[in-house]
Design a protein around this ligand. Structure first.
Ligand code: ASP
Length: 326
């Protein structure tokens, strides 16, 4: 006969075994209500546009709506801090990017979150090549002239960006350090509003994720000097690469990805990742992302583990570039 003590022990280990395999009820039924996707920049910018395209499809897969909440400020770090502190129940997510989850680390010594320690990576959504853009009546005709002009007028020109640590800020810091200039920075709450200012001729130039720029370039409302990637982008076949246009040292591609607060259950992460992958495989989603110049991640780059690796390597890449500028 089993003693009381060993019976209790057997029950305990049975519970422990159950606990190890049981998925919490909340994760099993997930999602049962609306999910909030925090977008750290203004509506109409690349992060917002990519988020809306992908989450509209994810919502169909998940059977619940996904509401975009644009939370602006401090180069995207205000929103990302809020997301890091949100309940880790899968109902608050954030679309981060190369700025919020890499460039912000060297630029904000007191950053209230750490991209690796305070988030669960969910899925990479898109690569976004960086373009050197200018208002349409900015005098330089091509990239060589741009370089000479900006160097000669370094104390007069200004560059729009989406706040310290944003992609537009970090990538133009790289460009400006290559050119050895320090133009006046003009911050906006996102490159959506910054693009409006560029179109209106209120600012001189900007380094922006391609998504924002393709419609404007095609409409002739702004100038594009070059795309900072090894190959031309199929959405802008007439825009040369920086190497072709004479500035091979300037190479920059950003990205957008979904993150959940640390401790979100693996089952929820897997559900969200599967929904994101399904969206990236959908013909209409692909068409819209490609039309805007995005690079759709290859299957091996779509896992949470691949995103974790990307974040680590991007922090390592941008820290030495941005540290002296901070
Ligand atoms: N491109 C971002 C946006 O979505 C801002 C940035 O990081 O430059 O507005």
């Amino acid at each position: 006969m089993m003693s009381v003590r060993s019976l209790a022990g057997a029950c305990l280990s049975a519970f422990a075994a159950l606990g190890a395999f049981a998925v919490p009820a909340s994760a099993q039924n997930y999602p049962t209500r609306t999910i909030t996707m925090i977008v750290p920049f203004a509506a109409g910018g690349p992060t917002d546009v990519i988020s809306r395209i992908v989450t509209a499809h994810m919502a169909q897969t998940l059977g619940q709506s996904i509401v975009i909440e644009n939370v602006v400020g401090a180069g995207g770090t205000t929103a990302t801090t809020r997301a890091a502190r949100a309940a880790n129940d899968g109902y608050t997510l954030v679309t981060g990017h190369m700025g919020t989850h890499a460039a912000s680390v060297p630029l904000y010594p007191k950053l209230a979150y750490h991209p690796e320690k305070d988030f669960e990576p969910v899925a990479l959504l898109a690569g976004t090549p960086i373009l050197i853009l200018a208002r349409k009546d900015f005098p330089p005709k091509d990239l060589k002239e741009f370089v000479a002009y900006v160097r000669a007028n370094a104390d007069k020109v200004n560059a729009a960006h989406a706040g310290i640590g944003s992609v537009s800020h970090a990538s133009c810091e790289l460009l400006n350090s290559i050119l050895d200039v320090k133009p006046v920075g003009v911050p906006f709450n996102g490159t959506g509003p910054a693009m409006n200012a560029l179109v209106a001729g209120q600012v001189d130039y900007m380094c922006d994720q391609i998504v924002n720029a393709v419609p404007q370039i095609n409409a002739g409302t702004i100038k594009a000097y070059a795309v900072a990637t090894a190959e031309r982008n199929p959405s802008l076949p007439n825009v040369p690469t920086t190497a072709e246009a004479g500035l091979p040292a300037f190479q920059a591609q950003a990205w957008n990805a979904i993150f959940a607060p640390k401790g979100t259950s693996p089952a929820i992460i897997a559900t969200l990742n599967a929904a994101a992958i399904k969206a990236l495989d959908d013909e209409n989603v692909r068409k819209r992302l490609l039309e805007l110049g995005s690079v759709i991640p290859a299957p091996t780059h779509r896992t949470p583990e691949a995103l974790a690796t990307l974040v680590k390597s991007e922090i390592a890449k941008w820290t030495p570039v941005l540290k002296p500028a901070s």
